[in-house]
Write a protein that binds this ligand. Structure first.
Ligand code: ZN
Length: 248
C-alpha cells in the first residue's frame, strides 16, 4: 500500500485487511458543532481534534485516522443558533458502534482524539466497556488537559471555552475562519457555570455568558496556538509509538 495514505476513507478495504492487527493504531477524531463566541467557527472543537489527529497520523506509517465525528454532546449550548447536539446516549452508542466496527476485524488499538469537554463522560463509558468486556486497548486523548503545556505557553493553565487559548489554537488550525475584527470588545464569564451556596450548578451556557465565552480574553496569538499544536502532536506521536508496541 502507498505508505503516504493515512486517512481510512481514502484506503480500500483490502489494504485495511492486510494491516498488522497488533501494531496498527487508529485515531478517531471527535468534536462538536457548537457556539464558540462571535469570533470563532461553530466547528472549532472538531476542527482542532481533526487537525491534531491527521497531523499525527501523517507522521507514523502504522497509524490511520478515521473520519471525524463532528457532532457531540452540547445541549448546554442550545440557546446559541447553529449549535447541533446529540444526547449522551446517542453519542455514546455511535462511538461504541464505530469501535465495534474495528473490533470485529481483530483491531484492538484505538485512540479517541477528543476536542470537546461535553464528550468526555460518554467517551470514557465507551472505551471502558470495550476495554473491559471486549479486550480492546482504547485510549482517550484530550489536548486541552495538558495544563502544564498551556500554562507554559499562555501563562494560565485553563482556557475554559472560546477564550484566549482555544481561540488561538483554532486560529492556528484555520486562520481563514477566525474573525480578528471581533476580538475587541468581547466579554466573557470568569468561570464555567454557576454556583449556589458554594455548590456547582450545571447550567446552559447562556445562563452565565452572553457571548458564549468563558475564560480570559487577553493575548490572542496564532503563534501561541501553533506552539500548543506542535507540542501536542509531538507528544501524541511519542505516546502512539508506545501504544503500537504495547503487548499484554
Ligand atoms: Zn471548544
Amino acid at each position: 500500500m502507498n505508505s503516504e495514505k493515512f486517512l481510512l476513507h481514502e484506503i480500500s478495504w483490502t489494504d485495511i485487511k492486510a494491516l498488522d492487527k497488533e501494531s496498527t493504531v487508529f485515531l478517531l477524531p471527535v468534536g462538536s458543532t457548537e457556539q464558540h463566541g462571535p469570533q470563532n467557527p461553530l466547528g472549532t472543537d472538531f476542527l482542532i481534534a481533526e487537525y491534531i489527529a491527521r497531523k499525527t497520523a501523517e507522521k507514523l506509517p502504522f497509524v490511520f485516522c478515521l473520519p471525524t465525528l463532528p457532532i457531540g454532546v452540547a445541549s448546554h449550548h442550545r440557546d446559541f443558533p447553529g449549535t447541533l447536539y446529540l444526547s449522551h446516549q446517542t453519542f455514546e452508542k455511535m462511538v461504541k458502534e464505530v469501535i465495534h466496527s474495528l473490533h470485529i476485524h481483530g483491531f484492538r488499538k484505538i485512540i479517541i482524539v477528543n476536542g470537546h469537554g461535553g464528550n468526555t463522560n460518554p467517551l470514557t463509558n465507551a472505551i471502558t466497556e470495550y476495554n473491559d468486556i471486549h479486550n480492546m486497548l482504547c485510549f482517550l486523548f484530550e489536548w486541552w488537559k495538558d495544563e502544564e503545556l498551556i500554562e507554559s505557553v499562555f501563562g494560565f493553565p485553563e482556557g475554559i471555552h472560546a477564550a484566549t487559548m482555544e481561540t488561538s489554537v483554532v486560529w492556528a488550525v484555520r486562520p481563514d475562519l477566525v474573525i480578528q475584527e471581533r476580538f475587541e470588545g468581547l466579554t466573557s464569564a470568569k468561570k464555567w457555570g454557576r454556583e449556589v451556596g458554594g455548590l456547582h450548578l450545571t447550567s446552559r451556557t447562556a445562563q452565565f455568558t452572553k457571548t458564549g465565552i468563558a475564560g480570559p480574553l487577553e493575548g490572542f496569538s496564532l503563534e501561541k496556538g501553533e506552539e500548543v499544536l506542535e507540542t501536542t502532536i509531538s507528544k501524541l506521536v511519542e505516546s502512539i509509538k508506545e501504544v503500537s508496541e504495547y503487548k499484554e
